[in-house]
Ligand binder design. Structure first.
Ligand SMILES: Cc1cc2nc3c(=O)[nH]c(=O)nc-3n(C[C@H](O)[C@H](O)[C@H](O)COP(=O)(O)OP(=O)(O)OC[C@H]3O[C@@H](n4cnc5c(N)ncnc54)[C@H](O)[C@@H]3O)c2cc1C
Length: 493
């Protein structure tokens, strides 16, 4: 008689990563699959992932919190654009209230996962400060985020070594940072630069935002008065559902309008900036991108904070290219010079697929760049493994919640029918041709294209980047769709 595979089982579901996605996934599993045991392994010593790591002044969401919070746990803060510490507190409270906190094993960095079809188990190799260990699980859920925690992306800058001032990357914010009375240059044009600059302007003598090219900006209030009104009238739970649906439909409408009527969207967005800065300001040079809206992410300017600081003269925009650093600043290609005591390189993240762990399926090493997403949650040819990756054009959590619900449906389906293995079988529609982020042309995505999993041309191999399509596909569509192959311990397909 064969050995019972459960003899070797440490846990039914092993989640890698205790950030927003991992805490959410564990909560969903505890609510929907109470018969499954679950554990989370986390490389760091704290939960929260992104919202614990990033500690620069002013760090905040650029999504509204009604969609960045979980569907199952209302956001009750007054501000709908929340600070990093408020989001971290929300994650800590969720982990405690949902009974997830005791399931987290900190300081456990997953390096490898080996699947064997013979016993339908993943054997997961983990590194700890005191040595290594292995855990076995039936289902592996990667909630590892999308970027390298070791360091951000900094381009090669000529002469950087000659600069006598301080250089800081926002991913490693120093505790002793002090901008009081200093001249600060922030290099970058993305969400981090746009968040940092108005926050630093309250301390520094002057802040310059140095960008190579402009980004689209959208002004929105940080307090959503109608959402708060609804919460006071209907209570947190009902109002959360309504606010969440209203905001996600609005975001989808904006995205669709930008795709379908780019010139109209461009005129609207640039007009909004013009209104903020007045007729004398060179909006064309600093705030009119060459690309169409939503070919790169829009940047949120809550309450117009950046524009207020520009009007006050505390912040200047410079659109130019760096030629080289000098001892006291930066020489630009135009010939101008920027004096700086501190330079902040808000130049982005280094993307890192699947937590950089080595996947082996039945002795065959898997190259992440050759993987094709199945329903944006699993991968063709890889059994009992899912990953939680959010949207590029809407709040991360909207997709994270749906992906977790899909995994719960799958787990319950398998348990009720005695299946031990589920594998999306690769077919001719799963050609790994397309990048996974669709129409976005952002530099950080282009740089990582060669390493990242891809999407196919047709369903179910496409990433929808669309909540309604995913809501149908992940929440309601049949699990046995002809692509997903299930097998029991007696007869594996
Ligand atoms: C500054 C900043 C602001 C952002 N703002 C928004 C926003 O407003 N709206 C939005 O939708 N998105 C935003 N994002 C994207 C953001 O990352 C997601 O919203 C969300 O926090 C991702 O959660 P996650 O749990 O999937 O990943 P992460 O937060 O990255 O957490 C992943 C966790 O997995 C752990 N891990 C990784 N690999 C391993 C391994 N091999 N072994 C063990 N543990 C591992 C990490 O240590 C980490 O704790 C922002 C990102 C940044 C950097």
């Amino acid at each position: 008689m064969d050995a019972d595979p459960n003899d070797a089982l440490d846990v039914d579901v092993l989640i890698v990563g205790a950030g927003l996605s991992g805490i959410g996934a564990a909560s969903h599993i505890r609510r929907r699959c109470p018969q499954h045991s679950v554990a989370i392994v986390e490389a760091r010593d704290r939960l929260g992932g992104t919202w614990d790591l990033f500690r620069y002044p002013g760090v905040r969401s650029d999504s509204d919190m009604h969609t960045l919070s979980y569907a199952f746990r209302p956001w009750t803060g007054e501000r709908s654009i929340a600070s990093g510490p408020e989001i971290l507190q929300y994650l800590q409270d969720t982990a405690r209230e949902e009974g997830v906190a005791p399931l987290i094993r900190y300081g456990h960095a997953v390096r490898e996962a080996r699947w064997t079809s013979e016993d339908a188990l993943w054997t997961v190799g983990i590194e700890r400060s005191d040595g290594s260990l292995q855990l076995r699980c039936r289902f592996l859920l990667l909630c590892t985020g999308y970027y390298d925690y070791q360091g951000g992306y900094t381009p090669e800058f000529a002469g950087l070594d000659a600069f006598a001032g301080r250089v800081v990357h926002p991913q490693h914010w120093p505790d002793d940072f002090d901008a009081i009375g200093k001249q600060v240059v922030v290099i970058g044009s993305g969400a981090t630069a746009v968040t940092l600059v108005p926050a630093l302007a309250t301390q520094a003598s002057h802040v310059t935002l140095l960008q190579r090219s402009p980004t689209y900006m959208a002004v929105r209030p940080s307090v959503d008065a109608s959402a708060n009104w609804l919460r006071r009238r209907l209570g947190p739970r009902l109002s959360h559902g309504l606010n969440r649906w209203r905001n996600l439909l609005f975001t989808m409408y904006v995205y669709r309008t930008c795709m379908r009527k780019p010139q109209r969207a461009k005129a609207f967005l640039v007009g909004m900036v013009r209104q903020q800065l007045g007729p004398g300001y060179d909006v064309t040079r600093h705030f009119t991108p060459r690309y169409k809206p939503w070919e790169q992410r829009l940047c949120l300017v809550p309450d117009g904070d950046l524009f207020r600081r520009i009007r006050e003269g505390r912040v200047s925009m410079v659109t130019d290219e760096i030629d080289h650093f000098t001892r006291n600043g930066i020489d630009l290609k135009s010939g101008a010079h920027l004096s700086a005591d501190i330079v902040i390189t808000a130049t982005g993240l280094k993307l890192k697929p699947l937590g950089a762990l080595r996947l082996v399926v039945d002795g065959r090493a898997i190259d992440p760049s050759q993987l094709v997403y199945y329903k944006g949650v699993m991968f063709g040819g890889v059994p009992n493994l899912a990953t939680v990756v959010g949207y590029v054009n809407a709040s991360w959590t909207l997709k994270a919640d749906l992906a977790s619900v899909f995994v719960c449906r799958l787990l319950n389906h398998m348990r009720s029918r005695g299946y031990v293995q589920c594998t999306p079988r690769v077919d001719e529609h799963a050609d790994a041709a397309q990048p996974s982020w669709g129409a976005l042309s952002s530099g950080y995505l282009q740089r990582a294209h060669a390493q990242l999993p891809k999407q196919g041309r047709d369903k179910p191999w496409q990433l929808n980047q669309n909540y309604l399509a995913d809501w149908v596909q992940l929440r309601w569509a049949k699990l046995a769709d002809g692509v997903m192959q299930f097998s029991s311990s007696q007869a594996r397909v």
